[in-house]
Every structure is written in structure tokens, then in C-alpha cells.
Design a binder for this molecule. Sequence first.
Ligand code: FE2
Ligand code: FE2
Length: 242
Amino acid sequence: MFITRNMKMADAIHHNHLLLPVINRLGIQLGFGDLSIEQLCDEKGIDIDFFLMIVNAFLDHDINKTMKLDNVSVEQVVVYLKATHQYYLERMIPEVENRINALIQHSDIDQKQFLLVKNFFEEYKHEFYAHLKHEEQSIYPYVLEVNQANKIGKLEEDLLQKIQNEPIDSYAEEHTDIESKLFDLKNILIKYLPESKDSYLRNQVLNALFKLENDLNDHSRIENMVLVPMISVMENELLKSC
Ligand SMILES: [Fe+2]
Ligand SMILES: [Fe+2]
């Protein structure tokens, strides 16, 4: 289903509740009654076209079909990506951690069996944090700098050097896949831990991991298929102009 401006926001959420954190990050919180997406965006001062592109990209996964890059502002994309990082750090990662701890505390299986899960997740968390930090401290500032230079049509010497030495394509090539390790962790829980009498807590960990993986896939797609191509075009234009 394609989300449109006249659709009621509540209907979009009933269609796919995984949109909830996405609309939160875009500036909409629950309690919107029967308002349409357009009415809500107007009320909150949210760019409706950007909103529709992000939610449809999340649902459809084919960004080329849902996003017309000419209409997208780099600043908006970066604000959205940063809000997503914050949501991972403050909500999703602690949620997975809490569920792993509850599983270890209350399961009937020997606690030592779970050390593998806990250690695996600890390692993952370090890599995950390093990934986010690199993007926030290096990549996003660079992206905004290129965008600004492109807007004013002026390329300073230090930015020229950066474009020549570390263009956005080099980030794209090294952009590590932070979702694949989650797949391995899910498999430990699904396949390799011994059977227990009650799978409820294990399912809870798995649910949180599936949710995080799904959200991260969307996040990386926006970085790779929206941010990178936009900045790549700007870099080429700037290089041509000097
Ligand atoms: Fe990111
Ligand atoms: Fe990333």
C-alpha cells in the first residue's frame, strides 16, 4: 500500500505499526485523532513531500520508485538520519539489552549458555556505536559542507582537497553493513541455544532484534541510495566549476 497525503494517519499505522518510530522521528507523536497526513504535517510544520517519501521508502523499500532526489533537501535527510541514530541509542539498543538481561535472569536454561549471546551483543554494540560516531563526526558534517558549497557555488581549497581525497563514494564503499551481524545473533537464539520450557523471553529478544534490523535496513538504504547519490552529484558539479 502506498501512503498518500489524504490518508488518515491512524490508518497508515493500522496498515503497518512499524511506521510508529518513523513518524515519531519525523515529528509526529500519537494522539492525532482522525487527522489526515496532510493536516498533521501542516499543523506540525513538516514538509509533506519529504514525509511521504520517507514513510513510503520504509514500506516499499524501492527508493527509486518513491523518492525523487531533486525534491529532497540534504539538511532534512541529515536531520532525519541523526534522529534515527538517537532513537537507536536511546531506545532500541537499550530495549534489546533489557530483554537479553531478562532472558538471562529468568530462563530455566543454565545462565552460562547465554554468555555467548551477551558477549556477542556487547561486541556488536561497540561496532554499532563506532559506526554512528563516525557518521555524525565526519560524514554528515562533510555532506552538509558540500551541500552548502554547492548552494553558494563556491569551493574553498580545503573542501576541494576533501572531495579529491575522500569523496562520498569512498564512504559508500566502506559503509559497513551493521545489519548482517544481527542476523547471526538471531540465529544463535533461533537455532543454537538449547530448548527451554518457555520461549516467551527468547521470543521477546528476537522480536526486538527483528525490529532493529528492519529499521536499520531502511536507515542504511537512505544513506546509500539517497544521501550518497545526492552528494556525489554535488561533488562533481563543484569540481567542474573550479
Ligand atoms: Fe547512520
Ligand atoms: Fe550507516
